[in-house]
Design a protein around this ligand. Structure first.
Ligand SMILES: NC(=O)c1ccc[n+]([C@@H]2O[C@H](COP(=O)([O-])OP(=O)(O)OC[C@H]3O[C@@H](n4cnc5c(N)ncnc54)[C@H](O)[C@@H]3O)[C@@H](O)[C@H]2O)c1
Ligand SMILES: [Zn+2]
Length: 356
């Protein structure tokens, strides 16, 4: 079994992780146990969970509708009411079974119900396994503004079982894999090189790859819990990636991109900008771009659209005092944070992406 044991938010992966969960539950003597799923994880993931865990007697199942559009205060209000109606008290446990939407929202509901009850995350998407479940950020959206309301608190533990990925659509696997590539580029050339052969259509033998990502993210967030420096490196590819994601949501004629699909474009642009601004090796930039374009479809942007995307950058949550801060690469596995980038170079980067 793979494990990271720490004061809060211990993470377990592999066959025996379910025994750990069983042991944990019997030790804690919870007054009652609630399980939160979304529409899809209720069907695809809850049966596997209930088969694996033997120590939960008559859990109370709560369900939310799937999708980012439901990661809001209305869903929380309904769940707080459900918890209250079903006699949850301060010694109750909430187990979140789902992707990042369920773990983010369920964590927030647990942290706020009666000033906080224990919660456990069981991530069922690749993105939630390698990213959303690590680092203790819980929260919800405010209208179209993502993750505006929230709280930082780790779950009592995280249980990672890649068996859940068997029913996850391939686009969602690819979207989560983007964050794994990001972890390689910002922290480990060896990991990046291993990932180049990753094939999203087969998730057999994926545990080691997932675990490496979890280790990288966990190391970054434990070394810089308050986001003063190192944690900002997790934003690599996200400055332009978020703007592209928002642009596609706001323009109904555009195909909506999954988060990871937008981040891949952001990473290609950032790699080019790194080669111009930070002396990042041009051959490496080309090799990274080629790797991504073999796995993710190219998206085209016209000049006025790029202007709109650049205008959206000022809304990026990582900006401060009106300055746009980029994370760039000095080399694979070595980042520079708070880099200032001129708009001209952003246009050049879009040209590079278009003509590659
Ligand atoms: N807290 C953090 O640090 C952090 C980090 C990254 C992302 N996030 C958040 O995570 C969210 C995105 O998470 P996501 O990509 O997991 O999306 P998601 O939770 O919306 O899941 C994607 C889709 O897959 C379905 N699904 C989940 N597991 C399944 C399975 N095993 N089989 C079949 N279908 C399944 C879901 O119902 C959903 O329709 C965003 O809200 C983002 O803000 C949080
Ligand atoms: Zn991301």
């Amino acid at each position: 079994m793979k494990k990271i044991e720490q004061e809060t938010g211990s993470i377990y992966m592999g066959e025996n992780c379910w025994q750990i969960l069983d042991g944990f539950i019997s030790e804690k003597h919870y007054s009652n146990i609630f399980i939160l799923t979304d529409t899809n994880t209720h069907t695809h993931c809850l049966p596997h969970f209930l088969k694996k865990v033997t120590n939960i007697n008559s859990p109370i199942i709560l369900e939310m509708k799937n999708g980012e559009e439901n990661k809001n205060i209305d869903t929380c209000a309904k769940l707080w009411k459900d918890l209250s109606d079903k006699k949850a008290d301060r010694k109750s446990l909430l187990i979140n079974i789902g992707g990042g939407v369920v773990t983010d929202l369920g964590g927030f509901v647990a942290c706020t119900f009666r000033r906080g009850i224990d919660f456990i995350n069981v991530p069922t998407t690749l993105l939630a396994m390698v990213d959303a479940s690590v680092g203790g950020k819980n929260g919800i959206d405010l209208g179209s503004l993502k993750n505006q309301i929230g709280i930082i608190q780790s779950p009592v533990c995280v249980i990672v079982d890649s068996q859940f990925l068997k029913t996850l659509p391939i686009e969602e696997i690819n979207s989560g894999a983007a964050e794994m590539y990001k972890h390689g580029l910002i922290a480990s050339e060896v990991y990046w090189n291993t990932l180049k052969d990753f094939n999203a259509s087969s998730t057999e033998n994926i545990d080691d790859l997932i675990w490496e990502s979890i280790l990288i993210k966990n190391k970054v967030v434990t070394e810089d819990p308050s986001e003063k420096g190192l944690r900002k490196t997790l934003n690599f590819g996200h400055t332009l990636g978020h703007a592209i994601e928002s642009f596609c949501i706001e323009n109904s004629n555009r195909k909506r991109l999954l988060h990871g699909e937008a981040i891949v474009i952001g990473m290609i642009l950032a790699v080019f900008i790194s080669s111009k601004n930070n002396g990042f090796d041009k051959n490496n930039a080309a090799e990274i771009t080629k790797t991504f374009l073999e796995k993710y479809t190219k998206v085209s942007f016209e000049r006025p659209e790029i202007e709109e995307i650049i205008n959206l950058l000022i809304y990026d949550k990582k900006n401060s005092h009106g300055k746009i801060n980029f994370v760039l690469l000095n080399s694979i596995g070595n980042c520079a944070i708070d880099c200032h980038v001129e708009n001209n170079l952003i246009f050049e980067a879009f040209d590079y992406y278009k003509n590659f």
